[in-house]
Write a protein that binds this ligand. Structure first.
Ligand SMILES: *Cc1c(COP(=O)(O)O)cnc(C)c1O
Length: 224
């Protein structure tokens, strides 16, 4: 199937999820995750009208960016080591995986204007997952107040891979509640309006729970 075909089905489901939760479709940005696919397939995303693209590894981002940069905006969604910040920072419009002070420090140092960052939160508490625990997020944000080039645009999470929809919904809801709490603090450096949550398996639930950015890979471009 072409990316356009996949996208048509996804748009149908997005509309339904928006109706169900009384939201507007234009509150949600679809990020096409290209980590599984070639540059050719990535270009199909652009033709289908998806210009927000996501990669999770620095090398692959650099490779794809060298071919695809005008007309596209890249999001870094994977774990970022502080020594790799310099390789990706000029190529991306947002970092979705901030969970370490050392990385924030590098970002702050290497950009000329504030970089949009999402703090990755390990809501489910799974051992293998990256991200801060819920109760670590507020102190982390407070510690970044002197870093004027680190702009906390929102929070990001990955739900566990489970069948139980309620369990997934609960994770997204907790992230939204944390977002609301942070917004209430009215930090100048952390407006924290956005929620990057929802992937191929669970994006409809994420939208119902308030996602502003959904990161879609396999369901949109396939995984060959
Ligand atoms: C791979 C990846 C995605 C997309 O995964 P799919 O399940 O294929 O949609 C989204 N977010 C992150 C952080 C990823 O690493």
């Amino acid at each position: 199937m072409t990316v356009k075909d996949h996208l048509a089905e996804i748009e149908d489901k997005l509309r339904q999820a928006c109706e169900k939760s009384n939201r507007k479709r234009d509150e949600i940005t679809v990020i096409g995750v290209t980590k599984y696919v070639t540059i050719e397939r990535t270009k199909e995303l652009l033709e289908a009208g998806i210009h927000q693209l996501g990669e999770n590894r620095a090398e692959e981002l650099e490779h794809k960016y060298s071919e695809i940069n005008d007309n596209a905006s890249w999001h870094f969604i994977g774990t970022l080591q502080s020594r790799k910040v310099k390789d990706v920072i000029e190529k991306v419009s947002a970092i979705h995986s901030l969970d370490r002070f050392s990385v924030a420090k590098q970002i702050n140092k290497r950009v000329e204007k504030p970089m949009d960052c999402f703090i990755q939160v390990n809501v489910s508490g799974e051992e293998a997952k990256h991200g801060l625990k819920i109760d670590e997020v507020l102190p982390f944000i407070e510690s970044l107040s002197g870093y004027e080039n680190v702009h906390i645009k929102g929070l990001m999470t990955m739900a566990p891979h489970v069948e139980d929809e309620d369990e997934i919904r609960h994770v997204f809801r907790e992230l939204r509640e944390l977002r609301d709490e942070i917004q209430g603090q009215q930090f100048a450096h952390a407006p924290c309006h956005d929620l990057s949550m929802g992937m191929s398996n669970d994006y409809e639930i994420a939208v119902e729970e308030g996602a502003t950015h959904i990161r879609l890979g396999s369901i949109l471009v396939g995984s060959d």
